[in-house]
Design a protein around this ligand. Structure first.
Ligand code: ASP
Length: 412
């Protein structure tokens, strides 16, 4: 029995669990919440890995790049791709919102309001200051990923600058990264159970009424995300990365399933890293660097959604927007996506940043909160696929991609 279970490739077990979870949830209804703890157990186990994994992988990744000039080449290309795809995504959200008008003609009272998350008034300056780790240990204890990345990058750069004197530390970080990957393998075996429970919970508890009232917004969120994945990422992979697109998506199936069910880029990070290194043929240095960074700052699904949701709110409340404000929304949506943590519902909180700047009432957040989870799942899948796509593209541009491995990978 056990041998039979392990003989089935993990991704097939995960996809089966996803489908069976939805079926169970639809049949069981809201009571499916009873098994959500299994999903929480899975998410907690995988989150346990995030801080040590980022720290070890990123430092060893930077150190493995070898010299500062090459680090600049890899980092610069990744940042340019992050920003360009983020801008295109935000404008796509604005385009879909303008053409299909998801908020116009919507009776405000017909919408079941969800719980309103308390939007903290984040300004751009707060965001900049929050990336500086005042105490690295505190940052690790609080699992604040962005300042942790800054610290890890600095340690990696310090090691490179120290040359011979930094070598003993490289060994320690390399070995730490390998050990963390082994632990990831153990935790990954929980994936089918976690995905099953989370999908049953989402399918069982999602209010059908809320879905009907906000159906157009949910539909557009999915459409936008699919366009980003199907057109923007595919074009980037094909024309800039010059890699076969189908093999890429085959290689990240595990990451897609985990991101969709957990709605958290951070929680998916160990899986994304594993897919990139084992199935996509991205070198250890580039994957550790680009994917750890991307999980926090590269969120194209979120950027698209912020643009779309702002128009949704403006349409509900009859707020007129000028072309200049469109441009402002696009910039703030990209910034908001960079600032959003890779956790469920982070995009919802970032709405305050964009809405506030163009006069859309914050009440809109309460309207969408009820169905945010189902949209968040797709945004997160888009975000995570984007990290892997940029990693493959940058690796290909800098000669750090093993194309044979990408094509031949039999995903396990
Ligand atoms: N949940 C998303 C992520 O982790 C962020 C968001 O809420 O848009 O990537």
């Amino acid at each position: 029995m056990l041998a039979f279970w392990f003989k089935i490739p993990l991704w097939q077990r995960v996809i089966a669990a996803l489908i069976l979870g939805v079926i169970l949830g639809l049949w069981w209804g809201p009571d499916a919440e009873q098994i959500k703890w299994i999903g929480d157990f899975f998410i907690k186990s995988i989150k346990m890995l995030v801080v040590p994994l980022i720290f070890f992988s990123l430092v060893s990744g930077v150190a493995a790049i070898g010299d500062l000039r090459k680090l600049g080449r890899v980092g610069g290309r990744a940042m340019i791709l992050f920003i360009i795809t983020g801008q295109i995504a935000a404008w796509l959200g604005l385009f879909l919102g303008t053409i299909f008008k998801p908020g116009s003609g919507l009776a405000k009272d017909a919408i079941n309001k969800g719980e309103t998350p308390v939007p903290n008034e984040t300004t751009a300056v707060d965001m900049i200051l929050s990336i500086i780790p005042e105490s690295p240990v505190q940052v690790m204890a609080d699992a604040r990923v962005l300042p942790l990345i800054v610290f890890a990058l600095l340690v990696g750069i310090g090691i490179l600058m120290a040359k011979e004197d930094g070598k003993p530390l490289i060994k320690i970080f390399d070995s730490g990264a390998i050990v963390m990957q082994k632990i990831t393998m153990i935790v990954m075996e929980l994936t089918p159970f976690g995905v099953f429970a989370l999908m049953a919970w989402v399918a069982g508890t999602l209010g059908v009424d809320a879905l009907q009232a906000l159906g157009k917004l949910v539909f557009l969120n999915y459409l936008g995300c699919l366009l980003i994945i199907g057109i923007i990422y595919s074009a980037m992979l094909k024309f800039i990365g010059k890699v076969p697109v189908i093999d890429f998506f085959r290689g990240i199936i595990d990451a897609i399933a985990v991101s969709y069910s957990t709605a958290s880029s951070n929680a998916t990070l160990p899986v994304t890293l594993r897919c990139a290194q084992r199935n996509l043929g991205v070198s250890k240095s580039v994957s550790s660097f680009v994917i750890s960074l991307g999980a926090t700052i590269n969120m194209n699904g979120t950027a698209m959604y912020l643009g779309l949701a702002t128009l949704f709110g403006a349409q509900i409340f009859g707020v007129e927007l000028s072309w200049g404000q469109y441009g402002l929304i696009a910039i703030l949506s990209t910034l908001g996506a960079i600032g959003a943590a890779g956790i469920p519902g982070a995009g919802l909180i970032m709405m305050a940043l964009v809405f506030g700047a163009v006069g859309v009432p914050l009440e809109t957040i309460a309207f969408v909160a009820g169905v945010d989870r189902i949209m968040d799942m797709m945004r997160t899948t888009t975000n995570v696929s984007g990290d892997a796509a940029v990693a493959v593209t940058v690796a290909s541009m800098t000669g750090e991609l093993d194309k044979e491995e990408l094509i031949s990978a039999d995903d396990v």
